[in-house]
Design a binder for this molecule. Structure first.
Ligand code: AMP
Length: 433
């Protein structure tokens, strides 16, 4: 199957070949035909599967083949949970529309709204947005969604995790009832299925990877280690393994900062990316990492969500996530587009329960090793980490809490008793991470 066989127009084929893609990825093969047919689509696909092109290419095909009003109302809305993902999706839209008369822009919080409002005023066919800034501008009458023909909800599961359900509902209320809807999600919880029922009309379901299973190309490894020895072990693995690039996950923003400092002190270039960093600092860290100037990027879950870093060789869980699905998301950053990747987890005694939960979810046992000099502490408790323990800046998770200022928890509530709560209630305050 080729992109041409999918029926995409010449200007799109030209852009695709300029990107260097030769064949459609599985999700593209499955999603592009029904989207071109104008059907609603519910797609299960992780970042790294090529899902962005999966919805952008048929969208561009439709918009360019069916030109409408000259004043360019917003005809397509792509909603994403994070600023980084919004920026990346917009980059893809720009790349794929290079040879078409299609205008697009991106809006998200944390930066001045004036240039964004000005771009919209000049007229755009496609708007990529995060929910907060979209509603902000809408409430100020700086944009209208009355002419939207295609609505795309990207990373719907993370949208719910971040407490965006109400915002999504508000957005739906200001769009025309008759429109095409596409929804992408890496995982399919009951909440996601409910959301899909509310948005999609007789959808075609497509799936790129089996639900909640890890990608085969990724080799997974656990190192059992004493908590205090984790930084040393990571430095040893990076240095002796001669790792060129790694994405390292910590559970908290404070933890990310602390680890970044230790890596830098040991001569490894590193940058942290999390919600307490300004948008400019986050963009700079990501650009440095992508260009290879920065060897290690230390991130919290929400900040890293959706980052497009092709062919990432190593992903490290410096701490295991307490939400097992996040493990699948995290390691999905490696082994992308067919490349082999390695996912390494440093596990201390108090993370034993998390490891068991993850293995249950992915349906396999992960290889465990112990490195001499970095043995686990035989006296450490295997009790799961309690809320607040070892965490800086409290952990107030109310909507209006000051976690941005205090460096509070960004990776999810650590209290294991909260693990089974609905993700929407759990992470409500993380929308800006
Ligand atoms: P995504 O899942 O949309 O974040 O895409 C992941 C990566 O795969 C991006 O770097 C894309 O540029 C790349 N990609 C998308 N489609 C293809 C394709 N058909 N062939 C090769 N690479 C692709």
């Amino acid at each position: 199957m080729s992109f041409k066989d999918l029926g995409l127009s010449e200007p799109l084929l030209k852009a695709i070949s300029k990107k260097g893609y030769t064949t459609p990825s599985p999700i593209q093969e499955k999603a592009i035909p029904p989207v071109l047919d104008g059907r609603d689509v519910l797609a299960s696909a992780q970042t790294g599967t090529g899902k962005t092109a999966g919805f952008t290419l048929p969208l561009l095909h439709y918009l360019s083949e069916n030109p409408k009003a000259k004043f360019r109302p917003i005809r397509a809305l792509i909603l994403t949970p994070t600023r980084e993902l919004a920026a990346q999706v917009h980059e893809s839209v720009k790349d794929y529309s290079e040879f078409l008369d299609i205008r697009s822009t991106v809006i998200f919080g944390g930066v001045n709204q004036k240039p964004q409002a000005a771009a919209i005023r000049r007229g755009v066919d496609i708007l990529v947005a995060t929910p907060g800034r979209l509603l902000d501008l809408h409430n100020q009458n700086l944009l209208s969604l009355k002419r939207v023909e295609v609505f795309i909800l990207d990373e719907a599961d993370r949208m719910l995790d971040m407490g965006f359900l109400r915002d999504i509902e508000k957005v739906m209320n200001v769009m025309p009832a008759k429109r095409q809807n596409l929804m992408f999600s890496a995982t399919f919880s009951k909440d996601i299925k409910k959301l899909a029922n509310g948005i999609l009309n007789n959808p075609v379901q497509v799936e790129a990877t089996p639900e909640n299973s890890t990608v085969e190309a990724i080799s997974q490894q656990v190192y059992r280690v004493a908590k205090g020895k984790k930084p040393g072990l990571l430095i040893k693995l990076i240095s002796e393994g001669n790792w060129k690039q790694a994405l390292v996950f910590t559970r908290t923003k404070h933890g990310a900062n602390k680890l970044t400092k230790k890596l830098i002190a040991s001569g490894i270039t590193a940058a942290a990316i999390h919600g307490n960093k300004s948008q400019a600092a986050r963009t700079k860290a990501l650009a440095g990492f992508k260009s290879g100037k920065v060897r290690v990027m230390v991130a919290t879950d929400i900040a890293a969500r959706g980052l497009d870093i092709p062919l990432l060789p190593h992903v490290v869980n410096f701490e295991l996530p307490n939400i097992s699905e996040d493990y699948v998301h995290r390691i999905g950053r490696t082994g992308r587009a067919g490349a082999n990747g390695k996912a390494i987890s440093l596990v201390s005694a108090d993370e034993t329960t998390y490891l068991r939960d993850i293995e249950k979810l992915i349906g396999e046992k992960i290889d465990v090793e112990i490195i001499e000099g970095f043995e686990p502490d035989p006296n450490a408790s295997t009790e799961p980490i309690k809320q607040g323990q070892g965490r800086q800046g409290g952990g107030n998770r109310n909507r209006n809490s000051s976690s941005r200022k205090t460096g509070g928890n960004s990776g999810g509530n650590r209290n294991s008793s909260n693990r089974n709560k609905s993700s929407a209630s759990r992470n409500r305050n993380d929308r800006r991470n």
